[in-house]
Design a protein around this ligand. Structure first.
Ligand SMILES: Nc1nc2c(ncn2[C@@H]2O[C@H](COP(=O)(O)OP(=O)(O)OP(=O)(O)O)[C@@H](O)[C@H]2O)c(=O)[nH]1
Ligand SMILES: Nc1nc2c(ncn2[C@@H]2O[C@H](COP(=O)(O)OP(=O)(O)OP(=O)(O)O)[C@@H](O)[C@H]2O)c(=O)[nH]1
Ligand SMILES: [Mg+2]
Ligand SMILES: [Mg+2]
Lengths: 283, 290
């Protein structure tokens, strides 16, 4: 027999609510379920097949496809390529306020140092109280140099200086920290655009908070629109986050998620694997 | 900010010639979608919409009021009821020292809000002092000190002391003569058991007059669960919703209120020290309904 639209609509609605309860943005859940419905239309199933199970597996397929972005981003591979070219790999981190950019930079620096690469940090957050002291403490703990100017100075200039510093000393990687900014603040988004234009980073990473709700769509959309992000890092997954924000961000940007932040220590970062989030969502 | 799509569906309803069951059901469905997009907790949205639908369809419309207007009134009332009918001010007892302790998830906006609240009270003639009891975050004392320096408010902290209770008690001794002392704490979430325990102990030792939880306005479906867990560990007196200057609609905070009964007393509307507004429920919902 053929799956009829009315019988699957009720089940799909339940799955849609489950997606939303797991922090998938409503508009993204809508699109996913529309696609699911069209994929299931006219599907022939046996009279005694479990409809719910079939729909669940179809949803799993839809979600897995969603995570197959056109580009893969392998951080270490990109660092290696730049090393061969004898150029520093410049990575800049952007996102709204408090998502974990500064802490993530410390984690990435730690990861790179462990693999034997040299790192220099740049504090291009010249605005927020204590931003320089915070990054400075991390730099000290990691044993890396920090390029900083005074509070109120030009953010792009700090990043530029850091790249020059890395070039003259043969440092493998420059990690650039930027100030948190609301995606709705045109001036700050323009400032960020300028930093990217001046510094020409090899990677621009959007850092998002896994606890974010529907705003994840607007954030990812706007940041991607202004500076064509290379990929994202989702932090605070350890805070019982359901991971739906990962789906929203990837759906909207079509760029991969590189890592998940799973705690506040340097070692609390894992490579992103879509199956983990999808399994959690469907079970 | 729960607003514009709800306003659109209300406009659609007013366009309908007669308000019948189908139109009400349609309105409630649009409403559900709008509330979900605003990050209101799914369970709460389903409860709310069931109640609204029952009232809209079954309540006797008061004489002289068109049924359409009655439906709008029902929607408005149910949401205002959730937020608390009247704004609740943060109570400061004159002639004694008031201690406020700030808690919340990592990065929600506590440190910034502590400084903003200090400014708010300073403008009203109170002598305010701050304590940095965040012994974990790199640069925490520098951050709070720099903010406080902007408004000439004293800060106590100790970068070599790892015990937040010791710092808080030392700071309270030092600031005995102040009207208001605000204590900033480290960010934590409900599954960090030792940090939740640390927060409990800190509250027992310093006995604050009010515990204030800062909630990130961009938080989604987890807001209610986080707030509930914090509340069970240390009873929350009030909530401040930060980052409402962005595009997030703050439904998570609404869910946190419903889950804890703690009223929202302020909202954060920016990164500067003056970006703090007292929370006004009816005005908020009025803006919400356009
Ligand atoms: N539990 C948990 N906390 C995290 C994680 N990543 C960052 N944090 C915490 O989140 C808070 C904010 O982190 P920051 O690195 O200062 O965030 P930021 O994006 O640089 O903030 P701004 O520069 O102010 O925009 C800190 O308390 C971090 O320790 C994570 O993966 N898990
Ligand atoms: N746009 C905006 N940014 C805010 C608001 N409140 C706080 N912030 C910013 O959000 C970021 C995090 O604020 P913090 O005060 O460091 O947050 P916190 O809760 O103390 O963080 P932890 O101590 O690490 O848990 C900073 O960049 C603040 O400037 C607000 O109302 N609007
Ligand atoms: Mg930062
Ligand atoms: Mg803080």
């Amino acid at each position: 027999t053929e799956l009829k639209p009315e019988e699957i609509r009720e089940i799909i609605w339940e799955f849609k609510l489950a997606l939303i309860e797991n922090d998938v943005a409503v508009v993204v859940a809508d699109h996913i379920c529309e696609q699911l419905e069209s994929n299931l239309a006219g599907l022939k199933i046996g009279r005694f097949n479990d409809k719910r199970k079939i729909i669940k597996e179809a949803l799993r397929e839809t979600l897995l496809k969603l995570f197959e972005t056109p580009n893969k981003v392998d951080l270490i591979e990109i660092v290696k390529k730049k090393q061969v070219l004898k150029e520093p790999c410049v990575i800049i981190f952007v996102g709204i306020n408090g998502t974990g950019k500064t802490t993530t930079i410390a984690k990435i620096a730690n990861l790179l140092l462990k693999r034997g690469y040299s790192v220099v940090l740049a504090c291009s957050d010249t605005f927020r109280a204590g931003s320089i002291e915070q990054l400075e403490q991390h730099a000290k703990k990691l044993g890396v140099h920090l390029i900083k100017h005074r509070y109120g100075s030009d953010a792009a200039a700090v990043a530029y200086d850091a790249v020059q510093y890395a070039k003259t000393r043969g440092i493998n990687v420059v990690l650039v920290d930027t100030a948190g900014r609301m995606q709705t603040n045109k001036n700050l988004m323009a400032e960020m655009e300028k930093i990217i234009r001046v510094v020409k980073p090899d990677l621009t990473i959007f850092v998002g908070d896994a606890l974010t709700g529907n705003d994840a769509v607007s954030q990812a959309e706007e940041f991607n629109r202004y500076v064509d992000i290379s990929g994202s890092i989702l932090t605070k997954m350890d805070a019982d986050a359901k991971g739906g924000a990962a789906i929203s961000i990837v759906y909207v940007t079509k760029k991969p998620i590189l890592f998940l932040g799973v705690g506040q220590r340097y070692e609390d970062m894992e490579l992103f694997k879509p199956d983990l989030i999808i399994n959690q969502l469907l079970n | 900010k729960l607003g514009s799509s709800l306003y659109e569906s209300l406009k659609k309803m007013f366009g309908a010639a007669v308000v019948d069951e189908a139109v009400v059901k349609d309105l409630i469905r649009d409403l559900q979608r709008s509330l979900l997009q605003a990050d209101v907790n799914v369970r709460l949205v389903l409860d709310l919409s069931k109640r609204m639908e029952e009232r809209a369809l079954k309540e006797k419309v008061p004489p002289g009021i068109p049924r359409k207007e009655h439906v709008v009134k029902v929607v408005y009332e149910e949401i205002v009821r959730l937020l608390g009918e009247k704004p609740v001010p943060l109570k400061v007892t004159p002639g004694k020292r008031n201690v406020f302790m700030f808690i919340g998830v990592q990065g929600s906006g506590k440190t910034t809000t502590v400084a903003k609240l200090a400014r708010y009270f300073q403008k009203r003639g109170f002598k305010v002092a701050l304590i940095c009891a965040d012994t974990f975050r790199a640069g925490a004392l520098a951050q709070l000190s720099q903010l406080a320096a902007q408004i000439n408010v004293p800060v106590y902290g100790d970068e070599d002391e790892k015990n937040p209770v010791k710092i808080a008690l030392e700071g309270l001794k030092k600031f005995e003569k102040y009207d208001i002392v605000i204590v900033d704490t480290a960010g934590r979430h409900k599954d960090e058991k030792s940090l939740i325990e640390e927060m409990k102990i800190l509250q027992e030792e310093i006995k604050p007059d009010e515990i204030i939880m800062v909630i990130d306005g961009t938080m989604g479906q987890q807001a209610a669960a986080q707030a509930k867990a914090f509340h069970e560990a240390t009873p929350i007196g009030s909530i401040v919703v930060a980052k409402l200057d962005g595009s997030a609609r703050g439904g998570g905070a609404l869910s946190a209120v419903a889950a804890t009964g703690a009223p929202i007393k302020f909202i954060g509307t920016g990164e500067k020290i003056d970006d703090l507004e007292p929370f006004d429920p009816p005005r908020f919902v009025g803006r919400l309904l356009g």
